[in-house]
Design a protein around this ligand. Structure first.
Ligand code: 3SL
Length: 250
């Protein structure tokens, strides 16, 4: 087990990828992919499982979601920040604090987050957001494997909120001196996180997605998603379903 003086060449790698379409550029050398969509998919997924939803079945397309709905599943569907017509739930974390969902499987499709999950589904995938930041960092340090932090972005463009979260995780891991990084994307994410960390809400004031969500009048969701360490659990993808990672599981 490496210690605090792990030589550089023995350290594990942590890198930040800004969007699913960049994923293949980062090669195949990662053991675990951490999918991040702070506003709002991964915050909603983490909240759902913490609140008692049995599992989240992420699907990339609305068509798949419709099929599940026809088969009697509870289905949440979001596109462009709005609940898709014909569905009862979108992507608000508050929608998943619902006693009727406790113990049930819930299907979810979102604009970017579920697409990112699907992109990495061949690997071990865990879910991160600001709400579960520290438990994710602790888990990754303990795991001691090569990590790719995959931001969901917005329609294949980089966004600030996912970059801040990825930068926070990368910064934390690299500070342990058990991890190292080579990519400028990781360095930039770290610097953006350090500039933002004292007041993320203000830092993100004019970010594209926050503006988008403000137009939809869901500032309450933004405030919720920017809270750090409020939902201490880790969703993991198993057989295409997101479930809670059990204690001591690796
Ligand atoms: O893109 C996504 O996956 C969503 O999180 C976007 S939104 O926050 O619901 O607008």
């Amino acid at each position: 087990m490496p210690n605090s003086t792990t030589p550089l060449e023995e350290r594990k790698t942590v890198e930040v990828c800004y969007a699913p379409s960049h994923y293949s550029l980062y090669g195949n050398n990662f053991d675990v992919v951490v999918v991040i969509d702070v506003l709002r998919a991964t915050s909603a997924i983490t909240t759902a499982l913490h609140t008692g939803v049995k599992e989240i079945i992420p699907v990339a397309t609305v068509e798949e979601a419709i099929q599940y709905k026809k088969n009697g599943y509870i289905v949440a569907a979001e596109r462009d920040g709005k609940v898709v017509e014909g569905f009862d739930f979108g992507n608000s974390p508050y929608a998943f604090m619902n006693p009727e969902m406790v113990g049930k499987s819930v299907v979810l499709t979102t604009t970017n987050g579920t697409k990112a999950i699907q992109t990495a589904s061949e690997k071990t995938v865990i879910i991160a957001c600001l709400n579960n930041l520290t438990v994710v960092c602790e888990y990754l340090i303990e795991l001691d494997k090569n990590v790719l932090l995959l931001a969901s972005g917005w329609k294949e463009k980089m966004n600030l909120e996912d970059t801040i979260c990825a930068g926070a995780i990368a910064d934390h891991l690299i500070e342990t001196k058990k991890f190292t990084s080579n990519e400028d994307s990781t360095l930039a994410a770290k610097f953006i996180f350090r500039s933002a960390r004292d007041n993320m809400y203000t830092f993100l004031r004019s970010s594209s997605h926050r503006r988008r969500l403000m137009q939809l009048k869901i500032q309450k969701d933004v405030k919720y998603c920017l809270m750090v360490d409020t939902v201490p659990c880790i969703p993991i993808l198993k057989n295409g379903k997101l479930v809670l990672l059990e204690n001591n599981e690796s």
